[in-house]
Design a binder for this molecule. Sequence first.
Ligand SMILES: *Cc1c(COP(=O)(O)O)cnc(C)c1O
Length: 226
Amino acid sequence: MTTASDAAKRLQAVQARIAAAALQAGRAADAVTLVGAAKAQPAALLRQALDAGLRHIGENYLDDAIAHQGAVGREQACWHFIGPIQSNKTREIAQRFDWVQSLDRDKIARRLNDQRPDDLPPLKVLVQVNISTEASKAGVAPDEVADFCTQLADYPRLTLRGLMAIPAREHTDAARQLSTLLQTLHSDYATLDTLSIGMSGDLEQAIAQGSTMVRIGTDLFGPRPQ
Ligand SMILES: *Cc1c(COP(=O)(O)O)cnc(C)c1O
């Protein structure tokens, strides 16, 4: 059983690692946003982390997200969808989330744009890049990212904020490559400011190479229940 103080200690430890890595890279301690990757975790644990000061939650599965939002309250966090998106889930994702980080298909972008409720601000999106060019992995190929971003300009209910990647473990300079890719897009898109890369095992490395958003599961919430 994780107690509230365990949850707070874990959060503080991760925040301290992020701040140290940011300072080491010559950036402000708060220049990197922490997203808690909540997949398979019980809502009680999320609530403890939110009470201790976590602000952003990342969800891989819509069903988990609906349960978590029902338990902790939609207004208690900023919600990021970070998993694969099936087209029959876009309506609820457009209604329930503030960010979608795993955008890699025009069909999904169009549906999210069309289904984003008018009373909510435009959905913030990141293009997921298959930065390690793995055949089995989601994401837009690095050399197709610029064209995909051009297509997104047609969608007023989406705001393109940057890039996201889940690199192969051995790909140790993936964040630098993603950062370079973001720079090349900068001249065309004023709203790009986010590079979402780095997880429990490699957050320091990712921040050193330019990450502005890390998605942390294990080191924040403990091992995932089976
Ligand atoms: C699970 C997951 C994470 C967090 O992974 P940890 O290694 O547990 O920190 C980050 N991003 C995505 C997309 C994930 O699915």
